[in-house]
Design a protein around this ligand. Structure first.
Ligand code: SIN
Length: 282
């Protein structure tokens, strides 16, 4: 395979995935500690491309996955999802022929219902179906930038409620997590947030968790949210990633949404996910 070196990184290779979003990262072995000079460039690439796909990986030992996540900040504890045995910081994504649901089937930014939603998520897929099981990502900077001026001024003054009871209640009961053990947070966030590192504005609503715009009547809120969901899910902002075994994706929840496609039933798909704590959106 010809790898195009597309930029000024010296210690990693970042190959843009598509003009609108994402980069494939080569030359970084995540199964061992990442040297500082590579880590600095990975941090920069994360801000430049919003979603990184680390290619040619081995299975990342759970301890190593956790340590790599912690280099970006303290880890986020999921309020409801089952964790890996002996590794409470790892959320196992798992869909089989017996699953009632697969994780992340509708557009969302991870756990946006938290007061301080996760900054980023690192998912390695370790059992992949023979085909299918892609993940889609959508660029929320572009979604904001492409709003017309009148809509920009409307949404910039708005806040929205992000709820989770309708998502998490009963969701993981077949994976050993009863409703008594889980927590269903809700939080109010601005509809447009400013990324703390890049200073860019991004639309911050999603079909999974965002249930109400506070400053509007219920019917206005329903209509405006539906319009914003459709806008944010426009094909122009999207990419669709086809996983190879052991690829690891690392996405920025502050400026992207994603959606996992469950088109592979009855085949199995399994992965490990580490999530990094974020700050309150402003
Ligand atoms: C998720 O974390 O939302 C699931 C992503 C995936 O399984 O591809």
């Amino acid at each position: 395979m010809v790898v195009v070196k597309s930029n000024n990184y010296k210690f990693i290779t970042a190959k843009p995935f598509a003009p609108n979003l994402g980069a494939e990262i080569y030359g970084v072995d995540l199964s061992i500690p990442v040297p500082d000079e590579q880590f600095v460039e990975v941090q920069q690439a994360f801000l430049d491309y919003q979603v990184l796909f680390f290619k040619d990986q081995n299975v990342i030992p759970p301890e190593q996955h956790v340590l790599f996540g912690k280099r970006f900040g303290p880890l986020h504890a999921h309020p409801a999802a089952p964790t890996m045995k002996g590794q409470p910081e790892i959320f196992e994504i798992h869909a089989t022929k017996d699953s009632k649901i697969a994780n992340g089937e509708f557009w969302h930014s991870d756990v946006s219902c938290d007061e301080e939603p996760p900054l980023g998520t690192m998912l390695q897929i370790q059992i992949a179906p023979p085909c299918g099981g892609d993940t889609m990502f959508s660029n929320m900077y572009m979604a904001y930038d492409n709003l017309s001026k009148p809509l920009k001024s409307l949404v910039e003054g708005l806040t929205a409620l992000h709820s989770s009871e309708h998502i998490y209640k009963g969701r993981y009961s077949d994976r050993g997590k009863s409703d008594q053990e889980i927590h269903c947070p809700e939080a109010v966030h601005p509809v447009v947030r400013t990324h703390p590192k890049t200073g860019r504005k991004a639309l911050f609503i999603n079909r999974t968790f965002t249930t109400r715009i506070n400053e509007l009547s219920e019917s206005e809120s329903d209509s405006v949210l539906e319009m914003l969901f459709k806008h944010a899910e426009h094909l122009d902002y999207q990419i669709r990633f086809r996983w190879s075994l052991n690829d690891m994706a690392f996405w920025d929840n502050r400026c992207c949404m994603h959606r996992a496609i469950w088109d592979y039933w009855p085949e199995e798909r399994k992965g490990r996910r580490v999530t990094i704590k974020g700050e309150r959106p402003v």
